[in-house]
Write a protein that binds this ligand. Structure first.
Ligand code: ATP
Ligand code: MG
Length: 629
């Protein structure tokens, strides 16, 4: 059989191993008991996947356990896969094992190398290494086609499989249902020699697609319908992205998957709950092929956990593909997509996704996770890491009318603020972690004119409003002075009024600067204010395209119960605005995360040269949870 390149024998720690004690779960308990009982202690590893003889020649397996992540390369990975990746790679890491990345590419029609490459990128980006060596080639199920064929011939010879020429419809009817046992196929009692000859003819292309299938011979009356002689090979003339036109018969998933696990000496084969009913066939097949000496013992065992369901999100590749092909989103990596490439462009970090997987844990029963849990993990990761910056999303100009007089005509005063105020490096706390450089402080200037957010000025302030409002006369005829606020990192200013355009809209907010109040200078705190507002200098502010994203669906369970999820698409899931950002943000690199002070976390995106050359920022998540509201 053709096998992937042999890999080293050394188990590798993949991703960041953390010191924190992981909460236990049923899978950890199973693994711990297997390790304590030495269930897999006798296994050998032949250095690469292979049959019983191959592994018998190897050494005792240095990997204490082997898990796998086996995506079908028929789409981009999504947040549900991220859960499975973190789970499988995390267990291998924590128990001295190895996790395999294997493409389950047994279905030639739907698969593509575009997907293969993106899956490799996504797993790597999440922080994991596979197959026991850095940059090892992923395994591919299609490399096992020769073995699968040999195993099928063995099953035929041993009387465990037969070629069935019933039509698909006859097979369906004769399978029975939950209340009704199935009926044996008229072709079930052919001799092994007869079946073998026909199976070889199937392989040699003598029959039309769909003319017959190879079925396991188990029990047509089994209460488990999956054991009523499941089909294991079908005729399908299709070019495979790896094996080309070598085969016109392909193994069925239920037959291929256990064999893939066994050839790779997987110990714990972890899958989602819908495969629970397949487990008896998995075990049946393992037992037959071990009996026949084809596969090494002990066999892998399958365990099921509940798939991730996340509110306001679809986690089915097929449905996500519809959004892409119907242009409901801009592509698989649209920042509204729950794909790993989409989440990445939205500003999600590997650490946030790992934290999310850890936090939701694994269970045996289906439930829905609230989207705010995912957002909380991102905030938690970015709080201490994302550089701060000021951005004005809805700008109005503020003019300091006494500036020229007290500061000097045209004067620009340099200002500076920490990039990471709460990190160990920050202004307020002690020593930086060893070997790390404090990030450079942000530099910007203040002059006569600055941009502020429109919401930071009210002509007639609502009760309790602490930001800018002009002087007025209260109900008792007393003069109320204009309010004072601090321009964050700059000066205290006092509001004096506003000017309006011909339509009565506020054109400029007017204020006076209070001298000697510059942040960080002696005595600057003597003028007390109740609020500090964010701003950007007119002289050095930079225009930026800011994409404000909202949930893609209005329904919390958009595809539950067969609902048409297209109907609940949120028409306002994207709003593009031009904002003004401070100069430190002008040259942000795609993928860099920032906290726009008071607004939320944003990530720099690639500059769109079609619409202009402005820097682009995507809203990742607001500062506070707004999902429940
Ligand atoms: P989809 O339904 O989106 O096509 P799939 O299960 O068919 O997903 P595969 O590529 O076959 O996708 O799956 C790779 C692995 O990811 C499987 O082990 C599967 O159990 C796991 N997985 C897929 N979706 C989820 C999910 N929502 N939650 C947890 N694990 C998942
Ligand atoms: Mg699938």
């Amino acid at each position: 059989m053709s096998l992937p390149t042999p890999t080293q024998n050394k188990p590798l720690a993949s991703a960041v191993a953390t010191d924190v004690v992981k909460p236990s779960n049923f899978l950890r308990q199973i693994i711990e008991s297997d390790l304590a009982n030495g269930t897999y202690a006798s296994r050998k590893w032949g250095g690469s996947p292979g049959d019983a003889a191959h592994h018998a020649k190897g050494q005792p397996d240095p990997a204490k356990i082997r898990t796998r992540f086996p995506p079908e390369p028929n789409g981009y990975l999504h947040i549900g896969h991220a859960k499975s990746i973190c789970l499988n790679f995390g267990l291998a890491r924590d128990y001295g094992g190895v996790c395999h990345l294997r493409f389950d590419d047994t279905n030639p029609e739907k698969e593509d190398t575009e997907y293969v490459n993106s899956i490799i990128d996504s797993v790597k980006w999440l922080g994991f290494e596979w197959n026991g060596a850095p940059d090892a080639a992923p395994y591919q199920a299609s490399d096992y086609f020769d073995f699968m064929y040999r195993a099928a011939e063995y099953l035929i010879e041993a009387g465990h499989a037969y070629v069935d020429e019933q039509t698909a419809e006859q097979m369906r009817v004769n399978r029975g249902d939950f209340g009704k046992p199935g009926i044996n196929s008229p072709y079930r009692s052919r001799t092994p020699a007869d079946n073998l000859a026909r199976f070889r003819q199937m392989r040699d292309g003598l029959y039309e697609d769909g003319a017959m299938v190879l079925r396991a011979k188990i029990d047509m009356a089994s209460p488990n319908i999956n054991l009523r002689d499941p089909a294991i090979y079908r005729i399908r003339r299709a070019t495979h992205h790896n094996t080309g036109d070598k085969w016109c018969i392909y193994p069925m998933y239920t037959y291929a998957h256990p064999i893939e696990d066994a050839l790779e000496q997987i110990t714990h084969s972890i899958c989602t709950l819908e495969f629970e009913d397949q487990r008896p066939f998995y075990d049946w097949l393992m037992a037959r092929l071990i009996e026949g000496g084809l596969l090494a013992s002990p066999p892998p065992r399958q365990y099921e956990f509940a798939r991730l369901n996340l509110t306001y999100v679809i986690t089915r590749k097929r449905k996500l593909a519809l959004l892409v092909y119907d242009h409901k989103v801009s592509g698989w990596d649209d920042p509204r997509m729950p794909t790993i490439v989409g989440l990445r462009r939205r500003g999600y970090t590997p650490a946030a996704l790992q934290l999310f997987a850890e936090r939701i844990g694994v269970t045996k029963s289906d439930s829905w996770i609230d989207y705010s849990t995912l957002e909380g993990c991102l905030r938690e990761d970015l709080e201490l890491k994302a550089h701060r910056g000021m951005a004005v999303l809805n700008p109005v100009k503020l003019v300091m009318t006494n500036w020229d007089e007290v500061m000097g005509a045209g004067h620009l005063e340099p200002c500076s603020q920490p990039a990471l105020p709460h990190a160990p490096h920050g202004a307020s706390s002690g020593a930086a972690p060893e070997g790390t450089e404090p990030p450079p402080a942000r530099q910007f200037t203040i002059g006569k004119e600055v941009w502020i957010d429109r919401e930071d000025f009210e002509e007639v302030p609502p009760k309790g409003y602490k930001r800018l409002f002009p002087p007025s006369i209260d109900g008792n005829g007393n003069a109320v002075p204009g309010n004072k606020v601090r321009l964050k990192g700059g000066y205290v200013i006092e509001c004096t009024g506003c000017s309006k355009d011909a339509n009565g809209h506020i054109a400029q907010v007017l204020a006076t600067v209070v001298p000697d109040t510059k942040s960080g200078t002696p005595g600057s705190e003597t003028v007390k204010v109740k609020a500090a507002i964010t701003w950007v200098g007119v002289a050095d502010g930079v225009n930026a395209e800011v994409r404000l994203y909202d949930r893609l669906f209005l329904d919390a369970q958009p595809d539950a119960g067969g609902k048409d999820f297209i109907e609940s698409l949120n028409p306002n899931s994207l709003k593009v605005i031009t904002a003004i950002v401070e100069p430190s943000l002008a040259n942000a690199l795609p993928g860099q995360n920032f906290q726009f002070e008071r607004h939320g976390y944003f990530v720099a995106d690639r500059v769109d040269h079609v619409t202009g050359s402005k820097p682009v920022f995507n809203l990742a998540v607001g500062l506070k949870d707004s999902w429940g509201k």
